[in-house]
Design a protein around this ligand. Structure first.
Ligand SMILES: [Zn+2]
Length: 388
């Protein structure tokens, strides 16, 4: 069955047209904050229910509960605190001024008002403690920890009202949880498996997707790349989307796969990020969720299989489809894992992203055992990696 949203109800904080017009007319009198891009994404996702049951940014009680128990105050599993702690001279002046009960406008990077924050609590928070809990490190070399430590010392908790969806570069590919749920219903899909990625597809990814599509209990696959802010050296979001479009169009039955973009900032938090990403996909309507090796990991911060074990520790009502490390075996002549292949490690083709990026930077042609020619064509145009 299509699962109920996390907490039982899909949050919808989108204002009606009339309320929106009224709010926008008042904008001259409003105090406004321009959040860091991560929280612009977050505010929008709260508004459309992607983070159900959250209705706003964390207050102190919610933050403490997540950090100490991996649960919301009501007991529901939740591993990623969604905190608004803006910085910058203009924001600091506003944060200093606001009090509980105030209303603050949130503006996007173009200066457009897109959401209202009902400030319910203003509080100081211990960023190092949150980093150590969520990311298991306070090392500023960790991309998210660096951002966290650079955020403001004072956080604003409170509900969000969303005035409009934002214009992301991935445009039409962005669907709301309401829209994916409607689409699943239209297609008659009862159990949908969610696939998380922040990469262009290579054959190891395709293997996991195919194994999932072969399952009798899976009606459809939601390929849902995170295409918000990624880190330096990752692929550009438009490249990831185009590469997936090439794979889906050329290889998968159209009625079995839905490709949609998810604009949020990637949290490279290993197990806690994996569980968070699964909860988000539950809200989009996925009853199953693919978890490969080292999902949402970065560097060597996390045990590569901790991202699978956390699903047993904190049941979220989603079936985790766990896979071992996948590779192309020269002796099998096929994709395999150690569960299905007898051959020594040195017979495996290295299909890692590092290897693919290396080949790209040298202008090498990648073999079809590693990457589909249609996907390689997208990568061959150059300028495909983020440089900042
Ligand atoms: Zn083999």
């Amino acid at each position: 069955m299509i699962p109920e949203p996390h907490g039982g109800r899909l949050v919808d904080r989108m204002l009606s047209q009339a309320d929106r017009a009224r709010r926008e007319a008042e904008v001259g009198d409003l105090l406004t904050i321009s959040p860091f891009i991560d929280q612009v994404y977050d505010a929008e996702k709260i508004g459309i229910g992607a983070y159900s049951p959250l209705e706003g940014f964390a207050d102190q009680k919610t933050l403490d509960s997540i950090v100490t128990t991996n649960r919301l105050p009501g007991g529901l599993p939740w591993t990623m605190p969604i905190v608004l702690a803006p910085t910058g001279t203009q924001n600091d002046a506003v944060v200093a001024k606001v009090r509980s009960g105030d209303e603050v406008g949130l503006v996007d990077r173009t200066g457009q008002l897109f959401a209202m924050l009902h400030v319910e609590e203003k509080f100081g928070w211990d960023r190092t403690r949150v980093a150590e809990s969520v990311y298991a490190t306070k090392d500023p070399k960790h991309p998210n920890v660096a951002d966290l430590l650079a955020s403001g010392e004072v956080a604003l908790g409170g509900r969000i009202d969303l005035l409009r969806r934002l214009d992301w570069p991935t445009g039409a590919a962005e669907l709301s949880p309401k829209e994916t749920r409607e689409e699943f219903h239209r297609r008659g899909w009862k159990n949908v498996a969610g696939y998380q990625t922040r990469n262009v597809p290579h054959t190891a990814h395709e293997y996991l997707q195919r194994c999932t599509l072969e399952r009798e209990d899976v009606d459809g696959l939601l390929v849902h790349p995170v295409l918000g802010r990624l880190k330096k050296g990752d692929y550009r979001p438009d490249v990831i989307l185009e590469a997936y479009q090439a794979l889906v169009k050329n290889y998968y039955p159209a009625e079995r796969v839905l490709l949609a973009a998810l604009s949020i900032t990637m949290r490279y938090g290993g197990p806690k990020a994996a569980l968070f990403l699964a909860i988000v996909r539950k809200n989009y309507g996925c009853g199953s969720y693919i978890v490969g090796r080292d999902q949402a990991g970065v560097g060597t911060y996390y045990d590569p299989y901790a991202c699978q074990r956390i699903f047993d520790e904190y049941p979220i009502g989603v079936q985790a489809l766990k896979f071992a490390e996948t590779y192309f075996c020269r002796d099998c002549g096929w994709m395999a894992t150690a569960r299905s292949c007898a051959h020594p490690v040195e017979r495996r083709l290295n299909t890692s992203q590092t290897r693919i990026r290396e080949a790209l930077s040298k202008g090498e042609v990648l073999p079809s055992e590693i990457i589909r020619p249609e996907v390689a064509k997208v990568l061959a145009r150059g300028d495909v990696l983020l440089t900042e």
